[in-house]
Design a protein around this ligand. Sequence first.
Ligand SMILES: [Zn+2]
Length: 383
Amino acid sequence: MMEDILKRFADDPRYVVVPGGLRDVHVHFRDPGTPEAETRASGSAAAAAGGFTCVTTMPNTSPAGDNPAWLREQIEDTSLSCRIAPSACITKGRLGREVADLETLVAAGAVAFTDDGAFVDDARVMEEAMRRAAKLGKPVMQHAVVPSILGAGVMRDCPVARRFGLPVMPPEAETEAVRRDIALVRVTGCALHVQHISCAGTVELIRAARREGLPVTGEATPHHLLLSCEDIPGDDADWKMAPPLGSREDVAAIREGVKDGTLGMFATDHAPHPAAKKTGGFRVAANGIVGLETAAAITWQVMVIEEGMPVRDWIARWTTGPASLIGETPDAGSFAVIDTQANRAVVPDAFKTKSRNMPFAGMCFSAWPVLTVFKGKVEYRWE
Ligand SMILES: [Zn+2]
């Protein structure tokens, strides 16, 4: 029966079938810790609605994912609408002081290490973590922002920052972090993955590192591909994320990086928050926006329609790109179908995620997921 459904879509050029389904190496499910923002159940339902069949959860939960019990809880939850291939902390408690028990974490199922939300600022700690991760054959995924350069920065220099007198983040906060980590790749041989790239300088550093033959990868988020800091309408925290939106030149460079394969994957950085945490403007609100349910629509708009990227490359950035980073193959009997002529507006109240924090409400996109099958079971269907 599933074969019949697949054939019907495969024969119609309006639809794109994504073999195995989309994969996302960067999501926050707030589970354990903040169930009012997201649980594994609501997060995986949002993932399925976005066409995803496998997601990598970040360990910045409460408590943090620095122990085998946390990983088991993520992996062994079989009630979910997609698979979780979890990452685990680089340092104990995500405090940046002492390397976590990486060997035990890999044995328990960690596919990568990250302190995401925080940068591992101490180079000696990072070097030790990378030496041990290299022996384990696992990548480190870095939230690349040097705190001393970031300061109190909440957005890049732009009209809204000037109008409201908001503290700004210089792009060097990101590029200096990436420069240091690439130097550590040279001495440790560890695979480095740079998360949510926000500026042109980072794309260039990764391009050069890859030319040098170093195992360095990077991800582009839908929001850093679609929006620049010039688009921010006011002191509205639905536009606040870390790292913040870049300049128009940065957006163009990230698109170019995705096109030429310097950035081998998209990733959402899906970051749900309850409404109370997103009030009070940029100075006080939490960082992050939800993204699983709009990811396919936005990346299709930006990369296929506006940039003319071949459809097979768009599929690769959501499938083989992420799979090669975390070393996981798609589950049998899984696929997603995208309707490239759905032409729908973003309606947050129709989302499966428990949270509504994002700047896309009302925007119109043409391509949307209409069917997600995970291990032979229909987990989402657009009615
Ligand atoms: Zn991050």
